[in-house]
Every structure is written in structure tokens, then in C-alpha cells.
Write a protein that binds this ligand. Structure first.
Ligand code: SF4
Length: 361
């Protein structure tokens, strides 16, 4: 069967058989994950946001830390953004944490204590797209909405020899809606995603152990390797800039916020063009860092100053934009792994330790 962008016609008997097989496979294999202990919509929501672009093994400890600190939507809404970002440390992609925080504030202001059960209200929240809304609503509220992530696209592409999905995830979203078990939408969505994570993996899928192999068109045609069809990659834009790591040589570092163009909410070393760096700064090497479609090439310079000059330099920036941190304080804030990489490189020149690497990326 060749790739086709239109949804396949599926007989009701096949749909029922697929549901039976996949849910039967999932029941005994369902992994015990902390957000599955109770279908509380706030907890499910936090887990779904964390799981986007982050592996389960990294998410589990971060999720438990986050929930211990913000056990309810109200606690999250009332927290300072700085504390939320600190609790997100190690997960990366801090934009997710800021959107989650803002959405919690919107809901708390409306007197809500959990994720809304209405799809339109859910989709109107900051950071909540079609996937997150469908996943949380189906798992926590039992709503009949198919959640289509990369795993689901891969499984459906292979099962039905589907071509690349369009910008609205079609035809995969239509097929997923057709297959969704209306009696157990949350379990169905999780089962399909788990099949993609553990069996129908990107490379070397375990077709012999697959519960739906008898329905798989690509397997029957011997064309599994052709699916999912690759999306043309957008070439990364190379961005060159310089960062100045300023220290007193006794464990304090000067950081600023709001200047670095792609991570304006995070504390980072002073950023600018290499030519604009002060005299006395020593070039110590280059750090490479990827942010979405950008490949950063950061020339790192180091400068050691007295404590008094470090503080004077801190007060020279816009109000609130610069601050002197100890290594321990840096360890406790939400931070990009870019900061850790730069300070690690600079520490040799300034003679003091840098914070540990965050867990992700
Ligand atoms: Fe994926 Fe293989 Fe199962 Fe088809 S048979 S759905 S390719 S694991």
C-alpha cells in the first residue's frame, strides 16, 4: 500500500479488534508513574507539560519535587515566578514552566482548583495546545479527545501507511479520533503512546512483540522502515555572540537577566559582542548550545574583579537586571544548561567552582 494523506476506511470490526488488543496489552504493562496514582487534573496537567520534550526518567524525580513544593493549583498560582523556575531546574525549556504558572494564575483568579473540563476553555490557557488539552481532558476528565503526539503519529503512520501529517496533524488526528475507545479515552490515549514509546520505537520496532501487528499495513507490505515519512529539517541558524563570566575569584559570579535574546527570563553571564567586552577580559574558549532552531556559538570571556568592583558592576545595569550570586545560590535557581557550561569553562580562569550540570540535555 502506498502512502496516502486521506484517512483509511476502517471497518467497525477492525476498530473493535484494535481497541481490544491494545487495551489488553496495556493493562498489565501500565507503568506505575506518580501522576497515575490519582487522576487529579492538576497533577496530570503538570506531568503532561513536563513530558513534552523530556524523557520519563528525568521527569519522575522533577515531578515529585515540583508537586511537593506546589501541591495544588492554588499553591502554584501564588508562587513567585523565580521559585517556579527554580523548581523546574533540570527539565529545560523554561517557557513551559512560565506558561504553566501563568495558566495556573488565570484559573486561580477564576476560582478554579484544577484543569478545566471544557476543551475551549482549556485551549485558551497559556501554553495549552491541542495535544496537552486532549491528553489532560481524556485522562483526568474522561473526555473523548484523541491525543496525538509524535509517538502516535509514528504508530498510525506505520499501521495504516499514512503520509506526513499536515499542520493540523491530519490525517493522523482523524484516524486517532476514529480509533479512540469512547469508554476509556484516557487509557486508550496512554496505551497508544506507550506502544510508540516501548514497542513501535523510531528505530528497530519490535514488530514480533507488537499487540496490533496483525493490523499493521506497513508490516504486511514490508515497508515499516519507510514510516513515518521524514519531515524536511529546517537548517539551524548559527548565532555568534560573547558572554563575559565575571567573578571575584571567591565563589561569587555576576549574572544578568533580560539581555540575552532567547532566554530573557533566565540569569546568564553578561552577553554582547566580543568587541564590547571590557579590557582585561580573557578569552577562555567557545561553548556550543542549541535553542530550538538556533545553533549558538558563544565565545566565553572571563574577568576576575575585587568584590567591591563586582558589586559596582552589578549596580551599573538596569534596575533589577544584574545580581551577584554565590555558587550555592546559582545551584538553587532555575537555570539554563548554557549558564553551567559557560561558568564551567570560565572557572579555570577565575579559580573557583561552577554549579553542577542540570539533569536534562
Ligand atoms: Fe509498529 Fe511493527 Fe507494530 Fe506495525 S507491527 S505498529 S510497525 S511495532
Amino acid at each position: 500500500m502506498s502512502a496516502d494523506a486521506t484517512p483509511p476506511l476502517l471497518p467497525a470490526t477492525e476498530i473493535r479488534a484494535l481497541r481490544r488488543r491494545l487495551l489488553g496489552w496495556y493493562a498489565p504493562r501500565r507503568r506505575a508513574l506518580p501522576w497515575r496514582e490519582s487522576p487529579d487534573s492538576y497533577r496530570v496537567w503538570v506531568s503532561e507539560v513536563m513530558l513534552q520534550q523530556t524523557r520519563i526518567a528525568v521527569v519522575v524525580p522533577a515531578y515529585e519535587r515540583f508537586l511537593a513544593r506546589f501541591p495544588t493549583l492554588d499553591a502554584l498560582a501564588r508562587a513567585a515566578e523565580e521559585d517556579v523556575l527554580a523548581a523546574w531546574s533540570g527539565l529545560g525549556y523554561y517557557r513551559r514552566a512560565r506558561s504553566l504558572h501563568r495558566a495556573a494564575q488565570v484559573l486561580a483568579a477564576a476560582g478554579e482548583t484544577g484543569f478545566p473540563a471544557d476543551p475551549e476553555r482549556a485551549r485558551a490557557l497559556p501554553g495549552v495546545g491541542a495535544y496537552t488539552a486532549a491528553a489532560v481532558l481524556s485522562i483526568a476528565h474522561g473526555r473523548c479527545l484523541a491525543a496525538v503526539d509524535g509517538n502516535v503519529v509514528r504508530v498510525l503512520s506505520r499501521l495504516f501507511c499514512l503520509g506526513r501529517p499536515d499542520s493540523r496533524q491530519r490525517p493522523h488526528a482523524d484516524v486517532a479520533a476514529l480509533l479512540l475507545d469512547p469508554r476509556r479515552p484516557g487509557d486508550w490515549n496512554q496505551a497508544l503512546m506507550e506502544l510508540g514509546q516501548t514497542v513501535c520505537t523510531p528505530r528497530n520496532p519490535d514488530c514480533g512483540g507488537c499487540p496490533v501487528r496483525g493490523h499493521c499495513r506497513a508490516r504486511a507490505a514490508g515497508t515499516v522502515a519507510r514510516y513515518p515519512q521524514a519531515t524536511p529539517r529546517r537548517a539551524a541558524e548559527v548565532v555568534r555572540l560573547a558572554m563575559l563570566a565575571v567573578s571575584d575569584g571567591a565563589g561569587s559570579w555576576l549574572l544578568e537577566r533580560g539581555v540575552f535574546p532567547y532566554l530573557t527570563h533566565l540569569w546568564l553571564p553578561l552577553t554582547g559582542a566580543a568587541e564590547s567586552m571590557p579590557p582585561g577580559a580573557v578569552a577562555v574558549g567557545e561553548v556550543r548550545h542549541a535553542i530550538v532552531h538556533r545553533a549558538l556559538r558563544v565565545q566565553v570571556l572571563a574577568l576576575r574583579l575585587s568584590r567591591a568592583r563586582l558589586r559596582r558592576m552589578a549596580s551599573a545595569g538596569a534596575p533589577g537586571s544584574r545580581r551577584v550570586f554565590t555558587v550555592e545560590e546559582i545551584g538553587a535557581i532555575g537555570r539554563s544548561s548554557l549558564l553551567t557550561k559557560v561558568l564551567r569553562l570560565a572557572q579555570g580562569a577565575t579559580g573557583r567552582s561552577a554549579p553542577d550540570q542540570p539533569a536534562s540535555r
